[in-house]
Design a protein around this ligand. Sequence first.
Ligand SMILES: [Zn+2]
Length: 308
Amino acid sequence: MYIADAHCDALWKLAQKKHPVVNINSLQQGKINVQTFALFTIPNGKKEQEKRQIAAQIHAFHTLVNDSAILRHEPFAPLSSQSSKTHAILSLEGMSMFEFDSLDMLLHAGVEMVSLTWNERNQFASGTDYNKGGITSAGKKMIRWLNDHGFSLDGAHLNEESFWDAIHLADHFLVSHANIKGIYSHPRNLSDAQLLALVEKNSFVGLTCYPRFLNGTKDAFYSDIARQIEYAGELGVISILGFGTDWDGIDETVHSFASPRDFPRILDWLLLRFDEEIVKGVAGENFRRFWNNKYKQRSFQNSGNPLQ
Ligand SMILES: [Zn+2]
């Protein structure tokens, strides 16, 4: 089965000199087709220091990919269902440290997906720590720049007001890691109206495997993931559902689903409960379709690979 994970914080873990659960061995054991690696640092207002931390993580990412026989990084290329290697996508979680004059760093690194904020409010948007505040005028300009350069805009961590602004402004928009508010009401989770708007946009939502977002406790099980799939089916949004585990960014995990090597086990369990087509879609096909839509959008085809 084609398996995709739209978000993990392994690079952040490596930056702290810790061992990430998302690593070459676990990706190989889980037979993961796509793994997104986020560049992330906790915003502290010291932009130069933050940028240095991001640069170090970019270096770690390229070292990881170059040293590995199973990872490949081909920025701005469609995903193929044929490859036996794990396609590594580089993303940036929160842009607080960037201004318009430093964006070359993202282009040269091969970053393909960006979120404007983490939980904070910054020069571009407001994160989920704030009830109010939409995309700022600098944020609108940034989204135009991201559109022009073929980036996907990640709406994870945006508050609702910023989400609604962003979904209308971005050419290629997803929410890489969140859960369903109709099951558990948390500011990081998505309302029915948001999920339906994402379907309208041919978008994608990655289910986060963080118990606190799944059910509000520190314990979650396969049945909690199944509830998300059932709810999405009833609401008519199953076609955009997939995984954005957030592994290495979370301190608690779903029982027996704590590393890429656990993917086959939970997928087998889900196959006993849902149609094969649904499980295949959630496992990775929905992400692949969403990702490859970008290459069908005329505006991006015309501009071509921004690195050239
Ligand atoms: Zn996050």
